[in-house]
Write a protein that binds this ligand. Structure first.
Ligand SMILES: [Fe+2]
Length: 117
């Protein structure tokens, strides 16, 4: 199998706990966009040594279709909420893609179209 064959999405069983929810808000004081990503927004994902989210990655699709890495958030054993925030330039991306990795349930994907303007 190829790597892409292992990526689970909104259609997979257990999506409520694993799909990374992406939220984009304007930062009025910094004139940027604040991207918040959280795994398990509908149903909390466990955060135990035995079962936890190891990392969240954010990628962006630029207006010229270039695909770039934005951030990798590595989460340790004591992390209690798999959530992270990054700032991005307004108008820099048309699409944000998030990946999350659960040590038991594998890798999950979500994306959000960014409204520019
Ligand atoms: Fe899990």
């Amino acid at each position: 199998m190829k790597f892409a064959d292992y990526i689970k999405t909104q259609e997979a069983e257990g999506k409520e706990k694993h799909v990374p929810a992406i939220d984009v808000k304007e930062c009025s004081s910094c004139n940027e966009l604040i991207v918040t990503v959280q795994v398990g927004k509908e149903v909390m994902h466990p955060s135990t040594v035995e079962h936890h989210i190891k990392y969240i990655q954010l990628f962006g699709e630029k207006n010229d279709n270039k695909f770039v890495h934005i951030s990798t958030m590595e989460l340790g054993e004591e992390n209690t909420l798999p959530r992270g925030k990054v700032n991005i330039k307004k108008g820099a991306f048309k699409n944000i893609i998030a990946l999350s990795f659960c040590n038991i349930h594998g890798i999950w994907e979500n994306n959000l179209e960014v409204k520019n303007g």
